[in-house]
Design a protein around this ligand. Structure first.
Ligand code: NAP
Length: 246
């Protein structure tokens, strides 16, 4: 994969899938801006990348706060001149059956997972268009394709993110900016560690490969979509799920 000394911004880079994406891009020579909610998690990831001899910077920002995102994006664009790659990965779950789902849990998931993507894409996407180059990858979920009982808020956010990806792909295509979604299945991270043993066992039974994926599996697919070689791919949903949703 070729990256030509690009600069990337990865949200949710403090742990799990986002951390693996940040590390993979950095190892390929990309200068990575690591965003997470807490300064500690993105700080530790950026420090480890720098200690390994690659380029990174930690920027703690709450992606659900539009004013904070706009301010951070403006400062980063002033510092770096341009951001070439944007991976929108920050996400949360607040699971529960619809009858018991509170408005607060609905709003929290939509605001972080979907509106956060809108805030960042608005702030970074247009400068990419002006520069006539960009790669946007939104980390969605197979749940956004097929739904899931107990995750109406999360499925709505991820399904919305897929439709959002296709819309910006159409808006940005003639300006050299691609936008794709990666839809992971069950991946071993803090997000799935909280699922009980019974749920994990049942989920594994749905996966033809009979195991959860690793963050590195998502990072590899994401890095490809961020590379120069993915030049003619836009508006696609790349499912990485051990065959679960085929
Ligand atoms: P994770 O281990 O829980 O990590 C989530 C990351 O997102 C953390 O770095 C967290 O920051 C950050 N984050 C959460 N809310 C944020 C906010 N408001 N502002 C800024 N950063 C915020 O999750 P993961 O499993 O790696 O999931 C990453 C993405 O993949 C999510 O979008 C998730 O929906 C998606 N996904 C995951 C799976 C799976 O099986 N794991 C499957 C399908 C899709 P802090 O470190 O500061 O807390």
């Amino acid at each position: 994969m070729t990256f030509n000394n690009r600069t990337a911004l990865v949200t949710g880079a403090g742990r799990g899938i986002g951390k693996a994406i940040a590390e993979t891009l950095a190892k390929n020579g990309v200068n990575v801006i690591c965003v997470s909610k807490s300064p500690e998690s993105c700080g530790a990831v950026a420090a480890a990348i720098i200690a390994a001899g690659y380029k990174a910077k930690a920027v703690p920002v709450d992606v659900s706060d539009g004013a904070a995102v706009a301010k951070a994006a403006e400062a980063l664009l002033a510092e770096y001149g341009k951001i070439d790659i944007f991976v929108n990965n920050a996400g949360i779950t607040r699971d529960g059956l619809l009858a018991r789902m509170s408005e607060a849990d609905w709003n929290a998931v939509l605001q972080t997972n979907l509106t956060g993507a809108f805030f960042w894409t608005k702030a970074i996407g247009w400068p990419m268009c002006r520069a006539r180059y960009g790669r946007i990858v939104n980390i969605a979920s197979v749940v956004g394709l097929v739904g899931n009982a107990g995750q109406a808020n999360y499925a709505a956010a991820k399904g919305g993110m897929i439709a959002f990806t296709k819309s910006i792909a159409k808006e940005f295509a003639k300006r050299g900016v691609t936008a794709n979604a990666v839809a992971p299945g069950f991946i071993k991270t803090d997000m799935t560690a909280v699922l009980g043993e019974e749920i994990q066992k049942a989920a594994t039974g749905l996966i033809p490969m009979q195991r959860f994926g690793e963050p590195a599996d998502i990072a590899a697919a994401t890095a490809f979509l961020c590379s120069e070689e993915a030049n003619y791919i836009t508006g696609q949903v790349f499912t990485v799920d051990g065959g679960m949703a085929m």
